[in-house]
Design a protein around this ligand. Structure first.
Ligand SMILES: [Zn+2]
Length: 238
């Protein structure tokens, strides 16, 4: 393992650009739950049926109640050493992009700025009428939030059946194409576009390293693998 870490550190020292892709594993190390609840239900509802535009249209208060519950839990959770190490790495590269699948806002809280939140953020709201998006950290929401245009505000996250935000996706692929090194941290690569981003980077000549306690479908496609928790391994790269 030590030699693998050294090998990766040497790569990072000579790299002109770094892209880091993070997934649920990094959040889980901070204690962010999967929000499926016991038996997979929240107050008798299947989360997969609440995180849809149809559910919001049918009962916006119910959907907001669920997000309120999630937001109140996440508001008490702190970033872990992996989040902080990633924020520190950002300062050491002129060309740096962090792409995350996580919606909990912990990367931003740890200081990451060059950040693409592919699935949005639980701390943003978006108007269903005019599309206007803004930050909102009110917990609990209590009354349905409204935009200045009068439209209802929904959680600023990507729901089941919705496409990823085009601009974020474009920037993620562009950064991956230009990466000298890509670190794939705490993501199984099963949820697209993670696997496609890794293949794009690798195909464009990037050195790709995976940091994950488990083997993943991506493991065979990467140049180097560090097996272990991100919170322990990422700080060793600094
Ligand atoms: Zn509006």
């Amino acid at each position: 393992m030590q030699t693998e870490i050294e090998k990766l550190k040497n790569r990072l020292l000579s790299a002109g650009s770094l892209v880091i892709l993070t997934g649920a594993g990094v959040s889980a190390e901070s204690g962010v739950p999967t929000f499926r609840g016991a038996g997979g239900l929240w107050q008798g509802h299947n989360p997969q049926e609440l995180a849809t535009p149809e559910a919001f249209e049918a009962d916006p208060f119910l959907v907001w109640e669920w997000y309120d519950w999630r937001r109140s839990i996440i508001s008490r959770i702190q970033p872990n050493p992996a989040h902080y190490a990633i924020a520190e790495l950002e300062k050491r590269f002129l060309e740096f992009t962090l792409i995350t699948q996580n919606v909990d806002g912990l990367h931003a809280q740890a200081g990451s700025r060059k950040l693409i939140e592919l699935h949005g953020s639980i701390w943003r709201v978006q108007c269903v009428e005019c599309g206007n998006s803004s930050e909102n950290r009110v917990v609990p929401i209590k009354i349905l939030p409204r935009c200045s245009c009068g439209g209802l505000l929904r959680p600023g996250v990507v729901w089941f059946g919705e496409p990823l935000p085009e601009e974020a996706l474009f920037r993620a692929f562009e950064a991956s194409s230009n990466a000298a090194v890509m670190l794939v941290v705490g993501t199984s690569g099963v949820v697209q576009p993670a696997a496609s981003l890794v293949l794009r980077a690798s195909g464009a000549g990037a050195f790709v390293a995976e940091i994950n306690p488990e083997e993943t479908p991506l493991s065979s496609a990467v140049d180097l693998r560090l097996a272990g928790p991100a919170g322990k391994l990422m700080p060793t790269l600094l």
